[in-house]
Ligand binder design. Structure first.
Ligand SMILES: [Fe+2]
Length: 365
Protein backbone atom coordinates (compact mmCIF):
# COMPACT_ATOMS: atom_id res chain seq x y z
CA UNK A 1 0.00 0.00 0.00
CA UNK A 2 1.18 3.52 -0.66
CA UNK A 3 -0.03 7.08 -0.77
CA UNK A 4 -0.24 8.64 -4.24
CA UNK A 5 -1.16 11.94 -5.76
CA UNK A 6 -4.03 11.03 -8.11
CA UNK A 7 -2.67 13.44 -10.70
CA UNK A 8 0.51 11.39 -10.97
CA UNK A 9 -0.87 7.94 -11.71
CA UNK A 10 -1.35 6.31 -15.07
CA UNK A 11 -4.49 4.14 -14.86
CA UNK A 12 -4.21 3.08 -18.48
CA UNK A 13 -0.77 1.57 -18.08
CA UNK A 14 -0.81 0.30 -14.50
CA UNK A 15 -3.34 -1.27 -12.15
CA UNK A 16 -4.19 0.56 -8.95
CA UNK A 17 -6.68 -0.58 -6.32
CA UNK A 18 -8.15 1.61 -3.61
CA UNK A 19 -6.47 0.53 -0.35
CA UNK A 20 -8.53 2.49 2.16
CA UNK A 21 -12.08 3.78 1.71
CA UNK A 22 -12.13 7.31 0.32
CA UNK A 23 -14.50 9.73 2.00
CA UNK A 24 -15.99 12.98 0.83
CA UNK A 25 -18.00 15.00 3.34
CA UNK A 26 -18.36 11.97 5.57
CA UNK A 27 -19.74 9.74 2.79
CA UNK A 28 -17.77 6.87 1.23
CA UNK A 29 -16.90 7.87 -2.31
CA UNK A 30 -14.87 4.79 -3.23
CA UNK A 31 -14.72 1.51 -1.34
CA UNK A 32 -11.64 -0.53 -0.61
CA UNK A 33 -10.39 -2.79 -3.47
CA UNK A 34 -12.08 -0.81 -6.25
CA UNK A 35 -9.87 -0.65 -9.36
CA UNK A 36 -9.17 2.93 -10.36
CA UNK A 37 -10.17 4.18 -13.79
CA UNK A 38 -10.29 7.54 -15.57
CA UNK A 39 -13.85 8.24 -14.39
CA UNK A 40 -12.94 7.72 -10.76
CA UNK A 41 -9.92 10.00 -11.13
CA UNK A 42 -12.14 12.72 -12.61
CA UNK A 43 -14.54 12.25 -9.70
CA UNK A 44 -11.71 12.53 -7.15
CA UNK A 45 -10.43 15.68 -8.84
CA UNK A 46 -13.86 17.26 -8.80
CA UNK A 47 -14.08 16.59 -5.05
CA UNK A 48 -10.65 18.12 -4.55
CA UNK A 49 -9.21 14.83 -3.25
CA UNK A 50 -5.58 14.75 -4.20
CA UNK A 51 -3.97 12.04 -2.10
CA UNK A 52 -5.29 8.50 -1.67
CA UNK A 53 -3.96 5.14 -0.49
CA UNK A 54 -3.65 2.55 -3.25
CA UNK A 55 -2.40 -1.00 -3.68
CA UNK A 56 -0.26 -1.74 -6.70
CA UNK A 57 2.50 -4.14 -7.64
CA UNK A 58 5.44 -2.14 -6.36
CA UNK A 59 3.86 -1.39 -3.00
CA UNK A 60 3.05 -4.99 -2.13
CA UNK A 61 3.92 -5.81 1.47
CA UNK A 62 4.33 -2.15 2.41
CA UNK A 63 2.24 -0.74 5.23
CA UNK A 64 2.68 2.99 5.74
CA UNK A 65 1.76 3.60 9.32
CA UNK A 66 0.66 7.03 10.43
CA UNK A 67 1.24 7.96 14.03
CA UNK A 68 -2.46 8.54 14.41
CA UNK A 69 -4.75 6.21 12.44
CA UNK A 70 -6.78 7.88 9.71
CA UNK A 71 -10.01 7.08 11.55
CA UNK A 72 -8.81 8.63 14.79
CA UNK A 73 -7.43 11.60 12.88
CA UNK A 74 -10.79 12.25 11.25
CA UNK A 75 -12.64 11.85 14.52
CA UNK A 76 -10.41 14.34 16.37
CA UNK A 77 -10.49 16.75 13.45
CA UNK A 78 -14.29 16.87 13.64
CA UNK A 79 -14.11 17.73 17.36
CA UNK A 80 -11.67 20.55 16.64
CA UNK A 81 -13.75 21.81 13.73
CA UNK A 82 -16.90 21.93 15.90
CA UNK A 83 -15.09 23.70 18.71
CA UNK A 84 -13.51 26.33 16.45
CA UNK A 85 -16.88 26.96 14.82
CA UNK A 86 -18.47 27.40 18.25
CA UNK A 87 -15.85 29.99 19.12
CA UNK A 88 -16.62 31.79 15.89
CA UNK A 89 -20.37 31.85 16.56
CA UNK A 90 -20.11 33.76 19.79
CA UNK A 91 -18.84 33.91 23.30
CA UNK A 92 -22.05 32.60 24.86
CA UNK A 93 -21.83 29.40 22.83
CA UNK A 94 -18.08 29.04 23.05
CA UNK A 95 -15.71 26.17 23.66
CA UNK A 96 -16.41 22.99 25.58
CA UNK A 97 -13.19 22.78 27.57
CA UNK A 98 -14.09 19.38 29.03
CA UNK A 99 -14.46 17.90 25.60
CA UNK A 100 -11.20 19.48 24.42
CA UNK A 101 -9.27 18.22 27.45
CA UNK A 102 -10.69 14.70 27.08
CA UNK A 103 -9.76 14.64 23.38
CA UNK A 104 -6.20 15.69 24.22
CA UNK A 105 -5.97 13.11 26.97
CA UNK A 106 -7.12 10.36 24.60
CA UNK A 107 -4.54 11.34 21.98
CA UNK A 108 -1.85 11.49 24.61
CA UNK A 109 -2.71 7.89 25.54
CA UNK A 110 -2.43 6.83 21.90
CA UNK A 111 0.96 8.49 21.50
CA UNK A 112 2.50 7.40 24.77
CA UNK A 113 1.40 3.80 24.18
CA UNK A 114 3.65 3.55 21.09
CA UNK A 115 6.92 1.86 21.73
CA UNK A 116 9.08 3.80 19.33
CA UNK A 117 9.13 7.55 19.37
CA UNK A 118 9.00 8.49 15.73
CA UNK A 119 6.55 10.86 14.21
CA UNK A 120 5.03 10.00 10.88
CA UNK A 121 2.85 12.85 9.73
CA UNK A 122 -0.53 12.33 8.20
CA UNK A 123 -0.30 13.50 4.61
CA UNK A 124 -3.93 13.26 3.61
CA UNK A 125 -5.15 16.80 3.96
CA UNK A 126 -8.22 18.68 2.87
CA UNK A 127 -7.44 22.23 1.79
CA UNK A 128 -10.73 23.49 3.24
CA UNK A 129 -9.97 22.03 6.65
CA UNK A 130 -6.52 23.56 6.91
CA UNK A 131 -7.04 25.39 10.19
CA UNK A 132 -8.34 22.30 12.02
CA UNK A 133 -5.87 19.84 10.53
CA UNK A 134 -3.02 22.26 11.13
CA UNK A 135 -4.06 22.66 14.78
CA UNK A 136 -4.21 18.91 15.22
CA UNK A 137 -0.86 18.27 13.51
CA UNK A 138 0.87 21.00 15.48
CA UNK A 139 -0.50 19.55 18.70
CA UNK A 140 0.69 16.03 17.88
CA UNK A 141 4.19 17.10 16.85
CA UNK A 142 4.47 19.30 19.96
CA UNK A 143 3.55 16.30 22.07
CA UNK A 144 6.32 14.24 20.48
CA UNK A 145 8.81 16.95 21.23
CA UNK A 146 7.48 17.30 24.79
CA UNK A 147 7.88 13.56 25.30
CA UNK A 148 11.48 13.77 24.05
CA UNK A 149 12.02 16.60 26.53
CA UNK A 150 10.73 14.25 29.22
CA UNK A 151 7.86 16.47 30.30
CA UNK A 152 5.43 14.97 32.76
CA UNK A 153 1.81 14.35 31.84
CA UNK A 154 0.53 17.63 33.31
CA UNK A 155 3.04 19.67 31.33
CA UNK A 156 2.28 17.67 28.17
CA UNK A 157 -1.41 18.39 28.61
CA UNK A 158 -0.70 22.14 28.92
CA UNK A 159 1.56 22.04 25.88
CA UNK A 160 -1.10 20.19 23.89
CA UNK A 161 -3.89 22.56 24.85
CA UNK A 162 -1.88 25.63 23.88
CA UNK A 163 -0.74 23.98 20.64
CA UNK A 164 -4.27 22.90 19.72
CA UNK A 165 -5.61 26.41 20.26
CA UNK A 166 -2.53 28.33 19.05
CA UNK A 167 -4.36 29.70 15.99
CA UNK A 168 -7.84 30.06 17.52
CA UNK A 169 -7.50 33.81 17.00
CA UNK A 170 -7.73 33.14 13.25
CA UNK A 171 -11.46 32.45 13.56
CA UNK A 172 -11.77 36.18 14.21
CA UNK A 173 -9.78 37.16 11.11
CA UNK A 174 -11.47 37.62 7.72
CA UNK A 175 -11.25 34.25 5.87
CA UNK A 176 -10.72 36.04 2.58
CA UNK A 177 -7.48 37.48 3.87
CA UNK A 178 -6.45 34.14 5.44
CA UNK A 179 -6.97 32.27 2.17
CA UNK A 180 -5.79 34.95 -0.22
CA UNK A 181 -3.80 33.27 -2.97
CA UNK A 182 -1.60 36.24 -3.84
CA UNK A 183 0.76 38.48 -1.93
CA UNK A 184 -0.71 40.23 1.11
CA UNK A 185 -0.89 44.00 1.34
CA UNK A 186 0.63 45.73 4.34
CA UNK A 187 -2.82 46.20 5.91
CA UNK A 188 -3.78 42.56 5.34
CA UNK A 189 -0.58 41.40 6.98
CA UNK A 190 -1.35 43.57 10.01
CA UNK A 191 -4.81 41.95 10.20
CA UNK A 192 -3.39 38.43 10.15
CA UNK A 193 -0.70 39.27 12.66
CA UNK A 194 -3.37 40.17 15.17
CA UNK A 195 -4.37 36.52 15.61
CA UNK A 196 -2.05 35.61 18.53
CA UNK A 197 -3.41 38.52 20.59
CA UNK A 198 -7.02 37.93 19.49
CA UNK A 199 -6.78 34.29 20.55
CA UNK A 200 -5.05 35.13 23.81
CA UNK A 201 -7.66 37.73 24.67
CA UNK A 202 -10.59 35.51 23.74
CA UNK A 203 -9.33 32.71 25.98
CA UNK A 204 -8.30 35.00 28.86
CA UNK A 205 -11.65 36.80 28.87
CA UNK A 206 -13.79 33.67 28.63
CA UNK A 207 -11.78 30.76 29.98
CA UNK A 208 -9.36 32.47 32.32
CA UNK A 209 -9.75 29.85 35.03
CA UNK A 210 -9.91 26.83 32.78
CA UNK A 211 -6.76 27.40 30.77
CA UNK A 212 -3.36 27.64 32.42
CA UNK A 213 -1.24 30.71 31.78
CA UNK A 214 1.39 28.42 30.23
CA UNK A 215 -1.09 27.33 27.54
CA UNK A 216 -2.21 30.89 26.93
CA UNK A 217 1.38 32.05 26.50
CA UNK A 218 1.82 29.49 23.73
CA UNK A 219 -1.04 31.18 21.88
CA UNK A 220 0.34 34.65 22.45
CA UNK A 221 3.98 33.83 21.66
CA UNK A 222 3.91 31.23 18.88
CA UNK A 223 5.03 33.78 16.26
CA UNK A 224 7.85 35.24 18.32
CA UNK A 225 11.29 34.41 16.94
CA UNK A 226 14.52 33.49 18.67
CA UNK A 227 16.24 36.50 17.06
CA UNK A 228 13.58 38.92 18.34
CA UNK A 229 12.12 39.62 14.90
CA UNK A 230 8.78 37.92 15.42
CA UNK A 231 5.42 39.29 16.58
CA UNK A 232 3.48 40.61 18.49
CA UNK A 233 6.07 41.65 21.12
CA UNK A 234 9.45 41.04 19.44
CA UNK A 235 10.57 38.82 22.28
CA UNK A 236 13.77 36.88 21.76
CA UNK A 237 15.72 33.89 23.11
CA UNK A 238 14.84 32.66 26.58
CA UNK A 239 12.27 35.39 27.13
CA UNK A 240 9.96 33.32 24.94
CA UNK A 241 8.41 30.50 26.96
CA UNK A 242 9.89 27.10 26.15
CA UNK A 243 6.47 25.66 25.26
CA UNK A 244 5.88 28.50 22.79
CA UNK A 245 9.32 27.87 21.27
CA UNK A 246 8.30 24.25 20.63
CA UNK A 247 5.00 25.35 19.12
CA UNK A 248 6.68 27.80 16.74
CA UNK A 249 8.86 25.05 15.22
CA UNK A 250 5.87 22.70 14.91
CA UNK A 251 3.76 25.48 13.41
CA UNK A 252 6.20 26.36 10.62
CA UNK A 253 6.96 22.71 9.89
CA UNK A 254 3.31 21.83 9.43
CA UNK A 255 2.60 24.92 7.33
CA UNK A 256 5.49 24.01 5.01
CA UNK A 257 4.26 20.44 4.55
CA UNK A 258 0.69 21.52 3.68
CA UNK A 259 -0.74 22.80 0.41
CA UNK A 260 -1.71 26.44 0.80
CA UNK A 261 -3.65 28.72 -1.55
CA UNK A 262 -0.41 30.58 -2.28
CA UNK A 263 2.06 27.68 -2.58
CA UNK A 264 2.48 23.92 -2.95
CA UNK A 265 3.49 21.75 -0.04
CA UNK A 266 7.11 20.81 0.51
CA UNK A 267 8.07 17.14 0.92
CA UNK A 268 8.88 16.25 4.54
CA UNK A 269 12.64 15.84 3.99
CA UNK A 270 12.90 19.27 2.36
CA UNK A 271 10.80 20.95 5.03
CA UNK A 272 13.10 19.35 7.62
CA UNK A 273 16.17 20.79 5.89
CA UNK A 274 14.50 24.18 5.66
CA UNK A 275 13.58 24.21 9.36
CA UNK A 276 17.16 23.23 10.20
CA UNK A 277 18.50 26.11 8.08
CA UNK A 278 16.27 28.58 9.95
CA UNK A 279 17.34 27.01 13.22
CA UNK A 280 19.61 29.68 14.69
CA UNK A 281 17.58 32.71 13.60
CA UNK A 282 13.94 31.86 14.02
CA UNK A 283 13.98 29.08 16.57
CA UNK A 284 15.62 27.60 19.62
CA UNK A 285 18.16 25.42 17.81
CA UNK A 286 18.20 22.72 20.52
CA UNK A 287 14.46 22.33 20.07
CA UNK A 288 14.83 22.21 16.29
CA UNK A 289 17.33 19.36 16.54
CA UNK A 290 15.14 17.42 18.94
CA UNK A 291 12.01 18.08 16.87
CA UNK A 292 13.64 16.88 13.64
CA UNK A 293 15.36 13.90 15.21
CA UNK A 294 12.26 11.72 15.30
CA UNK A 295 10.39 12.80 12.18
CA UNK A 296 10.10 10.12 9.53
CA UNK A 297 11.62 11.88 6.49
CA UNK A 298 10.60 9.40 3.79
CA UNK A 299 7.46 7.53 4.65
CA UNK A 300 6.92 3.90 3.72
CA UNK A 301 5.59 3.82 0.16
CA UNK A 302 7.39 7.02 -0.95
CA UNK A 303 9.13 6.84 -4.31
CA UNK A 304 12.71 8.09 -4.31
CA UNK A 305 15.52 8.60 -6.78
CA UNK A 306 19.00 7.66 -5.65
CA UNK A 307 22.34 9.28 -6.44
CA UNK A 308 23.13 6.55 -9.03
CA UNK A 309 19.83 7.33 -10.87
CA UNK A 310 18.10 4.15 -9.71
CA UNK A 311 14.62 4.46 -8.23
CA UNK A 312 13.01 2.67 -5.35
CA UNK A 313 10.08 2.60 -3.00
CA UNK A 314 10.59 3.07 0.72
CA UNK A 315 9.96 -0.33 2.27
CA UNK A 316 10.85 0.19 5.89
CA UNK A 317 12.52 2.65 8.27
CA UNK A 318 15.87 2.43 9.96
CA UNK A 319 14.64 3.53 13.36
CA UNK A 320 17.92 5.19 14.31
CA UNK A 321 18.52 6.93 11.01
CA UNK A 322 15.21 8.18 9.71
CA UNK A 323 16.75 9.83 6.64
CA UNK A 324 18.28 6.55 5.35
CA UNK A 325 15.45 4.02 5.03
CA UNK A 326 15.35 0.54 3.48
CA UNK A 327 14.17 0.58 -0.16
CA UNK A 328 12.83 -1.92 -2.63
CA UNK A 329 14.53 -1.32 -5.97
CA UNK A 330 12.01 -0.66 -8.78
CA UNK A 331 14.14 0.83 -11.57
CA UNK A 332 17.86 0.06 -11.76
CA UNK A 333 20.59 2.58 -12.50
CA UNK A 334 20.34 1.86 -16.23
CA UNK A 335 16.67 2.79 -16.26
CA UNK A 336 15.41 -0.83 -16.49
CA UNK A 337 12.35 -1.95 -14.55
CA UNK A 338 13.16 -4.59 -11.95
CA UNK A 339 9.94 -6.54 -12.31
CA UNK A 340 8.76 -9.05 -9.72
CA UNK A 341 12.10 -9.13 -7.97
CA UNK A 342 12.62 -8.30 -4.36
CA UNK A 343 15.89 -6.45 -4.33
CA UNK A 344 16.30 -4.39 -1.20
CA UNK A 345 18.70 -1.54 -0.56
CA UNK A 346 19.43 -0.70 3.04
CA UNK A 347 20.81 2.83 2.92
CA UNK A 348 22.67 2.32 6.19
CA UNK A 349 24.70 -0.46 4.57
CA UNK A 350 24.89 1.10 1.09
CA UNK A 351 26.51 4.21 2.43
CA UNK A 352 27.91 5.44 -0.88
CA UNK A 353 24.35 5.99 -2.11
CA UNK A 354 22.05 8.76 -1.01
CA UNK A 355 18.50 9.87 -1.75
CA UNK A 356 18.66 12.59 -4.37
CA UNK A 357 14.99 13.43 -4.31
CA UNK A 358 11.49 12.21 -3.68
CA UNK A 359 9.36 11.63 -6.78
CA UNK A 360 5.62 11.81 -7.25
CA UNK A 361 5.68 8.41 -8.93
CA UNK A 362 8.04 5.85 -10.40
CA UNK A 363 7.82 7.29 -13.93
CA UNK A 364 8.51 10.86 -12.74
CA UNK A 365 11.99 12.33 -12.91
FE1 LIG B 1 -0.35 31.43 14.03
Amino acid sequence: MRLVNVNYIDVEKYEYYVAKPIYSNGIVLLQENVKLNINYITQLNSKNIQYIYINDEISEGIDPSDTISLEKYREVKEVIKDQFNMAKKGKDIGLNMNMINNTISELLDVITSKRDISYSINEIRMVDDYLYEHSLNVMVSCLYTGILMQYDRIKLQKLALGALLHDIGKVFVDTEILNKPGKLTFEERIEIEKHPELGYRYLSDNYGNEISSMSKQIILQHHEKWNGKGYPNQLGGDSIYELARICSVADVFDALTSDRPYRKKMPIYKASEYIYSLGHNDFDFDIVKLFLSRIVKFKEGSIVKLSDSSKGIVYNQNKHMLDRPILRLVVDKNGKNVNHKNIFIDLIEENTLFIEKQLENIFSN
